[in-house]
Design a protein around this ligand. Structure first.
Ligand code: FAD
Length: 505
């Protein structure tokens, strides 16, 4: 049988393993952590008296669930036997410091009425925006999302031709903020729709208006919630992969992709627990020279710098500025709040100043926008009775050596203050358990360069072309998947990277 080795059990690594197993490969997945899922993992925090809070560690918003279903179908399984999800009625609750509140309803007529009532904004503007978003998406989908941008066949076919004809409509030449200012009268709606730049770690004042395709996913296709929380995505795909015979090796850190001529012939790893061991310990127990396909789900910069130091380094791509990172507080809160939903945003007062701090000065803003997710709203088992599990995410710059301990202490105070003001109660006295994830720990746990959440930033209009391809030009049987390569970060794009890479195998 043909053999494949996958480096990393992130969502793209698992999806690649499934696709290769379906193609008849014998697949080994080598994962540094003791668990699968990478950023898409979960954990529990327990109070001294034994009460448990469950958290999803990374992603909390689930879009394009059909891309997960597709993997079960490919393997001849019924997705619903493994994985269930529901569409949310309410996409997000928005809060501003002066007590203005707005709910983004999935029912677009209702959302339209809401923006008329709260901001006096004609509902038509919302509908026009989402229709334009859908049109942009239709063009980019075929051209960018399902194919390698780096193969000639992508550029010479009917879909590509339609893409070129529609280029002026894609908004490549203006910014997201510029387009949103033209669309909406009320500055707070501009802010609301500018927020979608953060879905790939970019700056709405720099990223091209093409990124206005993102709201299409959330509003037109929908936002979903997996039964059991986001971790169910990882767990159900892991189950499928194991049923297909994929072997997972945990606590195993790959130290080298061994190459010979134009081929990747083996991978070397250290089988000692923990990735921080001296890499020199790399033993001879590599998966073996018969490996015919190697897929790296490791961050592309780390793959080249650490696993292929002697190969030609695609410097231009590797040196692109990275996306933003995240600072996450996971709090067990011993009270419930009816004001909060599953997804909540508490906006900053000056959005432009916030992004200037993030991308202009590499600093955490003084008044950061707060994203608060509470999965216990839909999955009550995630918190003890009468309590809530708060996942609080702030967009922060990627790690360039800032004093994170000082930043965390300062920012924590600021968030407690902001949320206490909003909820009219002292939040600090309600925090029963606390865990924190910052750019340093994100890099340590998942190998993402500088802790960037989405690989290279998308602040340039050429961003799509400045991500690495899903295959290697130097080694015929080496492929790359995950949030740092084409087509981009986030669960849906990571799943598509696995599709593109394995279609090329
Ligand atoms: P990763 O999750 O980056 O995992 C890579 C894996 O490879 C890790 O398990 C790592 O240990 C392993 N590995 C790396 N190097 C080696 C090696 N040398 N040897 C062995 N193993 C190795 N996306 C959304 O769609 N919606 C969201 O709401 C969302 N929110 C997010 C919030 C946070 C806080 C974070 C961190 C991310 C969020 N994302 C979100 C982004 C999303 O999580 C990622 O884009 C996606 O999970 C990345 O998957 P990946 O396949 O690239 O692998």
């Amino acid at each position: 049988t043909k053999k494949a080795a996958v480096i990393g059990a992130g969502i793209a690594g698992i999806a690649s393993a499934i696709r290769l197993a379906v193609k008849g490969y014998e697949v080994d997945v080598v994962e540094a952590n003791a668990y699968a899922g990478g950023k898409l993992s979960g954990f529990e925090d327990v109070t001294p008296d034994g009460q448990s809070y469950r958290f999803d560690a990374g992603p909390s918003l689930f879009t394009m669930p059909h891309l997960v279903d597709e993997l079960f179908k490919l393997a001849g399984r019924n997705p619903a036997d493994y994985f269930e999800y529901t569409r949310l009625d309410e996409t997000c609750r928005y809060f501003w410091d002066d007590n203005t509140r707005l709910t983004a309803w999935a029912d677009l007529d209702r959302f339209g009425k809401e923006i008329e009532t709260v901001f006096g904004e004609p509902a038509m503007h919302l509908h026009q925006h989402l229709e334009a978003s859908a049109r942009k998406y239709a063009v980019t989908e075929k051209l960018f999302l399902h194919r390698s941008l780096h193969k000639l066949s992508t550029w010479f076919n009917r879909d590509a031709l339609i893409g070129y004809l529609n280029l002026p409509r894609l908004g490549v030449f203006g910014t997201m903020n510029g387009a949103n200012e033209r669309r909406f009268d009320h500055p707070r709606l501009v802010q609301l729709f500018n927020r979608y730049a953060t879905y790939n770690g970019s700056d709405p004042y720099q990223t091209p208006a093409t990124m206005n395709i993102i709201p299409h996913l959330e509003y037109n296709i929908g936002a979903f919630f997996p039964k059991g929380g986001m971790i169910s995505i990882t767990n159900s795909l892991l189950k499928l992969a194991e049923e297909l015979g994929v072997r997972f090796h945990y606590n195993t850190y790959v130290t080298e992709i061994v190459t010979k001529g134009k081929l990747a012939v083996a991978i070397k790893f250290t089988s000692q627990a923990g990735r921080l061991l001296n890499q020199e310990i790399a033993t001879s127990n590599s998966i073996g020279s018969e490996v015919s396909v190697v897929v790296s789900n490791m961050d592309i910069v780390s793959t080249f710098r650490k696993l292929l130091p002697n190969a030609r380094q695609p410097e231009r791509i590797l040196r692109q500025p990275k996306s933003s990172s995240g600072l996450i507080f996971y709090w067990g809160i011993k009270q419930q709040f009816t004001e909060l939903g599953l997804h909540n945003i508490v906006f900053s007062t000056d959005y432009r100043a916030e992004f200037n701090a993030l991308f202009g000065q590499n600093q955490v803003p003084d008044d950061p926008t707060i994203y608060l997710n509470c999965s216990a709203k839909l999955n009550p088992d995630d918190a003890p009775a009468g309590c809530e599990n708060w996942f609080i995410l702030l967009n922060v710059p990627n790690n360039t050596g800032q004093d994170w301990d000082a930043i965390i202490a300062r920012t924590r105070q600021r968030i407690v203050q902001k949320l206490s003001h909003m909820l009219g109660t002292d939040v600090s006295s309600l925090i029963e358990t606390e865990s924190i994830l910052d750019p340093r720990s994100i890099e340590a746990r998942t190998s993402s360069t500088q802790g960037a959440l989405y690989g290279n930033s998308s602040n340039s209009r050429f961003a799509a072309f400045l991500r690495h391809a899903n295959f290697s030009r130097q080694f015929k049987n080496l492929y790359f998947v995950g949030g740092s390569v084409h087509p981009g970060g986030g669960i849906p794009l990571c799943l598509l990277s696995a599709k593109i890479a394995t279609d090329l195998v």
